[in-house]
Design a protein around this ligand. Sequence first.
Ligand code: SF4
Length: 234
Amino acid sequence: MARETIMQFDLFDSGSNTILGSPTYQEFKEQLIASGCTKCGLHAGRTQIVVDRGNPAAPVMVVGEGPGEKEDQQGLAFVGRAGRMFDQIMNAVGIDTNQDMFIANVVKCRPPDNRSPHADEAATCLPFLRRQIELVAPRIILLLGATALKHFDKSKSNFQMSDEAGKFFTLPDFPSTQFMVLYHPAALLYNAKLKPAMWQHAKTLRRYLDQHGLLGKLGRPQQKVANQGTATSS
Ligand code: SF4
C-alpha cells in the first residue's frame, strides 16, 4: 500500500538543513534547541523546545504526541503524570526508561491546553523526529496512543486501539525497526481497566528484548521480570 512520506522540508531552507544535516545526535539536539524554531504555530505558546529524555544509545525509542506543562517547564520529554505512570509500568518489568529507552515526541513544542497536535503542526515537525530516528537507529519504536500511530502511519485512519496495542509490526519506511503501539499512559490514568492489557504489553516488550539480547548490549545486568503485578496511578 502506498504511504505518504513524513518528511517534507524545503530543500532551500538553510536553517533546517543545518539541523537535519547534523552528523551526531548531540549536534542535532543542540542545533534544534538553538534554532528557536518557528516553523509552526506551536512555537508561540512554548517555554522551550523539548527534544527528548533518556539514552540515545538505547535499543527502544518511545514516541509520544507532544510536551505537556511539566515537559515544557523542565525541557524533558514525558516527565508529567503520564510519564511517571509509564516509568512505573516499565520499571515493573525491569526496564529503566532513562537507560534502556530514548523518549521523543511527534512535536517538540507544547500545544495549547495540552490538546493533540494538529495534522499540519505534526507534518511540519515530523522531519525532526525522522532525523532523531535516523541518528539513534533504535531497534524498537513504541508509539504511545492512537494519535502517535496515525501521525506515523498514514494508512491508519480507522482502527480500534484494542486491536492494535501490544502487537509488533513493521513499516516500509523503517525496514530495520520493529514497531509496537501501546495505550497512552494518560489513558490509563483515567481508565484503570486498561492496566492489565498494558501490563501484558510491557511483559511482551521485555520478552522481546531478552530474546534478542538487547538489554544486555548496554552492559547492564538483566533484571528478572516480575511474574505478576499491576502498576498503579500516582
Ligand atoms: S513544534 Fe516543531 S516545527 Fe513547530 S515550532 Fe516547535 S520545533 Fe518547530
